[in-house]
Design a protein around this ligand. Structure first.
Ligand code: GDP
Length: 339
């Protein structure tokens, strides 16, 4: 996941403690190593070490963040919903400021120390000024650490051709994902719901496809959604190429076929993607005229599943070919099309 590699971001207290205690240890180490007991040299090295540690730690905390400008639109939108991109940028900017300021102060106080009588006093002043710079950005450090803890839980969605699966609970969505993707899917959680997002992959003619099942999002009427959930559903438009809507005409899932079609209409209006409607559980009940589906299958005995998968691949290729035709005059750099 894109935020997973980021380490914990220390609070101002922790960072100051780390910098000053290391600086003290480095100073003592220098005496042992060189036998020098020149007080000025010792104090100078403490100020420089503390300054470097603060500068590097603050700078690395910024550098560790995935580039907000290069992030794909799905993550960008979720990041904005969950923590706010403007706030993030401001906090990262504050850390860069504090990093540069720590460096500047440590150099400045080393200069002063060379001219002053009492190096210990100057070192204490330097530590005081540096600490106050770090305390100035304590709220940013805390905000960024909270943001990181929220964002690292986001599912690992790739820029790959993507099938989004929808339908009421128990219609057979996860059975379908398991059946076409084979390998154990990745289970992740949106930070704002307790439901899992399932992401599986399959390869067809050397192209990797991603199948996303989003229980809790596309399995209930939208009126039951809060704003964050609605935005998260809407963010799926950035990655989804086709929507597979599964209905269960046997109604074993606990919802009538009419209810299921009402949900389909809502989802269709909300998620603007080509839709394939598939009737599942045909082993229980043959599809009658009440049910209008593009295809039918049984994920239990496997009937029709391969055909549904092939149809989805064809539809995605259709979408990509169409979008290529639309941008033929000025293709964006680096765009890859499946043909
Ligand atoms: P989801 O909630 O939409 O992901 O549905 P699941 O895939 O978890 O399936 C719900 C229940 O329906 C499970 O008990 C499955 O075994 C069952 N089920 C799924 N597909 C079929 C099918 O094609 N035929 C029958 N008879 N049962 C199915």
């Amino acid at each position: 996941m894109i935020f997973e590699r980021m380490g914990t971001i220390l609070t101002a207290d922790e960072l100051i403690d780390k910098a000053f205690s290391r600086a003290t240890r480095a100073g003592k180490g220098k005496i042992v190593a060189t036998g020098h007991t020149d007080k000025r040299e010792l104090e100078e090295s403490m100020v420089l070490t503390a300054g470097n540690i603060l500068t590097d730690n603050l700078h690395n905390a910024v550098k560790d963040w995935p580039s907000l400008d290069r992030m794909n639109d799905f993550y960008k939108e979720l990041t904005d919903i969950l923590v706010g991109i403007e706030k993030l940028k401001m906090s990262l900017g504050s850390l860069e400021w504090a990093s540069a300021k720590s460096k500047e102060l440590s150099r400045k106080y080393v200069g002063i120390m060379r001219r002053e009588e009492d190096p210990v006093k100057i070192r204490k002043q330097a530590f005081g000024r540096m600490a106050s710079v770090v305390y100035d950005v304590d709220k940013d450090l805390r905000f960024l650490n909270d943001a990181r803890n929220i964002l690292r839980k986001l599912p690992d969605v790739k820029d790959e051709p993507t099938i989004v699966v929808a339908g009421y609970p128990n219609v057979g969505k996860s059975s379908f994902v398991a059946s076409v993707t084979g390998a154990r899917p990745q289970i992740a959680q949106y930070p704002f719901t307790t439901k899992n997002v399932t992401i599986g992959h399959f390869t067809s003619r050397k192209i990797r496809y991603q199948v996303i099942d989003t229980p809790g999002l596309l399995d209930r009427p939208l009126e039951e959604r809060n704003d964050i959930e609605k935005q998260a559903i809407s963010a799926l438009r950035h990655i989804g190429d086709v929507l597979l809507f599964i209905v269960d005409p046997s109604e074993n899932c606990g919802y009538t076929i009419e209810e299921q079609y009402r949900l389909l209409e809502e989802v269709k209006n909300f998620v603007k993607m080509p839709v394939l409607i598939v009737a599942n559980k045909i082993d229980v009940k043959p599809v009658d005229e009440k049910v209008s589906a593009d295809m039918k299958m049984s994920t239990l005995n496997g009937e029709g599943v391969k055909e549904v998968k092939s149809r989805l691949v064809e539809m995605i290729q259709g979408v990509k070919v169409k979008s290529k035709a639309q941008v033929e005059e000025a293709p964006p750099a680096g765009e890859v099309y499946i043909l």
